[in-house]
Design a protein around this ligand. Sequence first.
Ligand code: AHR
Length: 526
Amino acid sequence: MRSLIVGFTLIVVASATPVLAAQKVELSVDVSKPGAKINRNIFGQFAEHLGHGIYDGIWVGSDSRIPNTRGIRNDVVAALKAIKVPNVRWPGGCFADEYHWRNGIGPADKRAVTLNPNWGGVTEPNTFGTDEFMDFVDQIGAEAYVSVNVGSGTPQEAAEWLEYLTAAAPTTLAKERAANGHPAPYKIAFLGIGNESWDCGGNMTPDYYLSQMKIYSRFVRNFNPAQQDMQQMLKIAVGPGGSEARWVEWTETIMKAYQHHTWSWDINGLSMHSYTVGHWPPSFASVGFSENEYTQILKFTLDMDGLINQHSAIMDKYDPEKKVALVVDEWGAWYAPYPGSNPGFLTQQNSQRDAILAALNLNIFARHADRVRMANIAQMINVLQAMILTDHEKMILTPTYYVYKMYLPFQDATFVPVTVRAGTYKHNDITLPRVDAIAAKDANGKLWIAITNLDPNEPVEIEAALLGITAKSASGETLIAPKVDSINSFEAPSTVVPKAISPKVQGGKVALKLEPKSVTVVSVEQ
Ligand code: AHR
């Protein structure tokens, strides 16, 4: 079966098996109508003091036989540098609203040992604290997104933390920072004012949170005169956690207040949390599942688009200029605890299904680039939908990691609209789009197309004609796997890794074949 090209329409045609009715999937890529910038911060990460996310995952201590720099594992740093992590949200999560920063500064042997009641009730040694986090983000080249404690802390405690971090003048707290090894002020790019304050962050009503948030916004400052402009530290308020009426009320309350904000308080972002769970408590297995669970999870994950539409519409009412970003700072797959693991550690494996899920969500964020300007997948290492899994000195990169690597060209690229007549992939009573795609132009004018074939059984053949571009050559990478539940394990770390592909360019058109259940990124030279 040949692909059809009508005008600037790219038509994807199912593989040429004669007995199957060809499912044509059309993509119309209009390079002449550039959209919003895809903010690189949508590729942000989240690292909470939870399970092995920080300890073992990042921090091993300088005495460890695992190669490290000032206690931070070198293998993990190298892997994260390679995906250009734009920002890391820390220290939580629910942990943030019980975190007292003074426990985590100064000589390690003098630090308080506390408890982590949210996550397994384990002891928290506080050996990874403020200076270690700032060292970590510096080592990986990311910006810091610090969430302050609104639930069990005070505005004063949070303000002092920011003074410790950012003050350039020789205040007592700045001197304490210098004594702890860092005379220069740190830069804090993003400030989270609480976390899920409607639940683990203190079970607050929208109005109660709003009054707290205004106080924190007023007093928890960037204390560095060289960075006094509020834009130098973007403040992110707690936002919704779903689509039900209470979340609508929450977004309404914060955004209505924002409409009338004064010189003395401001926010630049509204957080939104949405996990792909299915039903609480999480019960889908992260390994050893079938096509049934594959399709169910992908169906659930596509709800992200509706959720963004719903809350964006409320934000548009009060902020038509879209000054406040919708910050999806917790998202990803949340499955049943990995068999044999501590249920409080949220340990799960990461399969080709997660790679597809990640691509679909990143595509959704890119399509909403004008409002969604930041997102943080949960969580970076060893927790939930992780980039990296570690086991003592061993480290593996997950299928999700490779999607982030393949999507690097989309960081800060300009969105290019794609109209997709996707066709359908059906399994039992679930119908999904067969193909999902986004496109963008990078700073050098090069066109990038990311295409996901959701169908786990059938390949797709694509022939692309692109408006405004005469394709001369194309290259790309594809992430394929033998099964929907294929994983990288410590024993077999390279089962799911990207492979180079060479799309054909003929007459300025690009032709390629998408393998079943694959994520593909193609660049087009003109
Ligand atoms: O990511 C795990 C937890 O999920 C976070 O701590 C919390 O904010 C959310 O409920």
